[in-house]
Design a binder for this molecule. Structure first.
Ligand code: CO
Length: 496
């Protein structure tokens, strides 16, 4: 495996901590308006709705959360049609959001360490998790679902973003059942598009349930498997024949969580001497679950996977260690130089010999990989990522990176010093024949204006910058994941 050296001489940072931190400030207000501040032109062929989820609050009535991942889910939507754009945002009315907004204080402990006021005594033995619905939002089978991996989805009205309630997927889930926040969309399986997702229950051993849904939302297929040991699995990848997971070499010590000192995610311990396991489950539910050991690393997100000549190729964003916030008082004090950076790795698994080759493909810190949805599970050429401005070291995601997986060439556009990005979304141009013929949509926090923008790039050449920038009237705190649907869920625009 290639190794990359940590640079010793630090160049001047491309951002200030103050600017970066401001992008996390709560946005308690809910808006609905036509975006009238647009730089450039929205392509008229770009029609549909962009949804995005993320923590909308990083405090509860002034009580600061220790980690933004504990923040209540807030959905933003931009509906695009005929070059016009309508923005709206709403909090998911979870039980916890309603209770805490009514009482004006934290009533639950956060998975990432936010504690209720009152010290450890108030937190000890309170194992209730708050379903914060803040990780992803997808439209499938006529339903808009806000997802959070440790509990059931919330269903929303796609036109108004109003919360309709918890959704048990037509009885598939029971009360409190988890449903992962990273469904994969297979462009073609048995003649139809499929949504594939998993649900994991973990402890001393783990159970992974897999579900496949037809386009009308009905269940096409379901199976369940046991995996030895604790498993922290945030995301997975699919190919036509397999579901692919990475079992990170971590263990879970529940005592500080039960005793009230720490949040559950803070009790995860990385074991650098143990191998990471690539877990391969046949999608048809038949045959054994297979495990392939590889280099120790920690993975949240996968870019893609595909099968080629008896090999399984898996492209993932890997950290050398579990990127915990350690003993920092809260997330805003995190020292980026001391948190492991994430890089793109390619695992090539020889399914017959069980040999796994690892190649580190980027030196620049990156996260939130995206590809053309038509290439999910297939060989692909172009990968798009949120990336650091600097070519080495760790820093917030200020840039957009496009990588040609065939030639290794890259394109970069950066919003530094005062812009901060995240997950890009690829939308194909209607009738496109080339894989990168389409647009990249990127939510940017502009620290100079303390406002958020949606930037639209021509995916074939990102270096020239956005072809359109939709300037919102306010800040939207950094989000996690989002999706695009060709359905237009905005109001009709009155011709002026
Ligand atoms: Co994620």
């Amino acid at each position: 495996m290639q190794t990359l050296e940590t640079p010793t001489a630090q160049s001047a940072p491309s951002y200030t901590r103050e600017d970066w931190k401001n992008g996390y400030q709560s946005q308690p207000e809910e808006f609905a308006y036509w975006i009238d501040d647009i730089e450039g032109e929205i392509p008229s062929e770009l029609a549909g709705t962009v949804f995005r989820n993320g923590p909308g609050l990083t405090d509860i009535n002034g009580y600061r959360l220790r980690h933004p991942f504990d923040g209540d889910g807030m959905i933003s939507a931009i509906a695009l049609q005929n070059g016009k754009a309508f923005y709206q945002n709403k909090f998911v009315r979870t039980e916890g959001y309603l209770a805490e907004q009514a009482s004006g204080k934290p009533e639950y402990r956060g998975v990432f360490g936010t504690q209720k006021p009152g010290g450890w005594l108030a937190n000890a033995f309170d194992l209730r998790l708050k379903n914060i619905a803040n990780t992803h939002v997808v439209y499938w089978g006529g339903k808009l679902l806000a997802l959070w991996e440790a509990a059931e989805p919330h269903r929303l009205d796609p036109h108004t973003l109003e919360t309709l309630g918890l959704d048990y997927l037509d009885g598939l889930l029971k009360e409190g059942d988890p449903f992962a926040a990273h469904p994969k969309f297979d462009p073609e399986c048995n003649g139809e598009e499929r949504m594939v997702n998993f649900s994991i229950k973990t402890g001393l051993s783990s159970t992974i349930s897999l579900f496949e849904f037809s386009p009308d939302g009905t269940l096409a297929h379901q199976h369940k498997h046991s995996v030895a040991g604790f498993a922290f699995m945030h995301d997975f990848a699919i190919t036509p024949n397999y579901c692919v997971f990475v079992q990170n070499p971590v263990s879970f010590n529940p005592i500080p969580f039960v005793a009230g000192f720490k949040g559950a995610a803070e009790c995860i311990q990385f074991n650098p001497k143990a191998p990471t396991k690539i877990v391969v489950i046949p999608r048809n539910g038949e045959g054994e679950v297979r495990f392939y050991n590889t280099e120790p690393c920690f993975v949240f997100h996968h870019a893609n996977a595909f099968e080629q000549d008896g090999k399984l190729i898996l492209d993932s964003i890997c950290y050398d260690n579990f990127p915990s916030i350690e003993d920092a008082e809260d997330y805003s004090k995190v020292d980026f130089d001391h948190v492991p950076a994430s890089n793109l790795w390619r695992f090539t698994v020889d399914l017959a010999t069980e040999v796994v080759d690892v190649e580190v493909l980027t030196e620049r810190a990156c996260e939130f990989p995206t590809i053309n949805p038509q290439n999910v599970g297939r060989d692909y050429r172009y990968l798009y990522l949120g990336a650091a401005h600097g070519s080495t070291g760790n820093a917030p995601l200020q840039a957009l990176l496009k990588r040609d997986m065939e030639t290794g060439e890259t394109q970069l556009w950066s919003a530094a010093p005062r812009g901060f990005g995240g997950e890009p979304l690829f939308v194909a141009r209607p009738g496109a024949e080339q894989e990168d013929d389409g647009w990249l949509l990127l939510w940017l926090y502009n620290a100079e204006r303390d406002r958020t923008e949606l930037a639209i790039f021509n995916a074939q050449d990102i270096t020239t910058g956005p072809i359109a920038k939709l300037n919102l009237k306010h800040r939207v705190p950094y989000g996690l994941h989002g999706s695009f649907t060709p359905h237009y869920f905005g109001p009709q625009h009155e011709a002026s």
